[in-house]
Design a binder for this molecule. Structure first.
Ligand SMILES: [Zn+2]
Length: 198
């Protein structure tokens, strides 16, 4: 049983395809099994199906609640919630960091999953704030599609230059530092399929 004073922030971060959402769901599912009151939020723009669902003890599915801002998330919180999960946190506004901190102060266990960097390797949205203030940070790694090494980056191999290109996972590949740099420097060395549209 969580005591009131045991609120804290857990951050799960890393590149695309690194299993952040699965890890979030795994932790939330255990909380549900322990009969804790759980809520999950995700950005409204996230249209992926089924990725962040938790099946509860009585076989109901606990769906992530889509919200477009951190203020909307604050309003959507149920009284007495004990565990709050947030997926794709990088897409939220800068109000997310302070909100997450307020929740932890109020005794809530907050588990935040999100990309640490965008495809240009720039810190992504409110994630730097959350990573700095979280008690626990787990950096997940995907597997580099080119060489099999642990992948720290999500390289955009097709599409435009905007930071947000939601739901289009085919435009990205997990890459290690070396392969990321090689692609940036000499994309001609890579296959035609990878080059299409870039
Ligand atoms: Zn590599």
């Amino acid at each position: 049983m969580y005591e009131r004073s045991s609120g804290h922030i857990e951050a799960i971060t890393g590149g695309m395809f690194s299993g952040k959402s699965e890890e979030l769901v795994r932790r939330l599912r255990r909380a549900v099994i322990a009969r804790q009151r759980v809520q999950i939020f995700k950005p409204e723009s996230d249209t992926r199906a089924g990725g962040d669902r938790v099946v509860t003890r009585d076989n109901r599915e606990l769906d992530a609640i889509p919200v477009s801002t951190s203020a909307e998330m604050r309003k959507g919180l149920h009284w007495g919630v004990q565990v709050v999960g947030i997926d794709e946190a990088q897409f939220f506004d800068d109000g997310l960091g302070p909100l997450v901190n307020d929740l932890a102060d109020a005794g809530i266990r907050v588990i935040v999953a999100g990309l640490d960097q965008d495809f240009r390797r720039q810190p992504f949205g409110p994630m730097p704030h959350i990573l700095a203030t979280a008690e626990y940070v787990d950096k997940m790694h995907a597997i580099c599609v080119r060489c099999g090494a642990p992948a720290h980056y999500s390289q955009r191999i097709a599409g435009g230059g905007e930071q947000v290109q939601v739901g289009d996972t085919e435009a990205y590949e997990a890459r290690c530092r070396r392969c990321y740099q090689e692609f940036q420097a000499q994309p001609m060395l890579f296959t035609q399929q990878e080059m299409d549209g870039s």
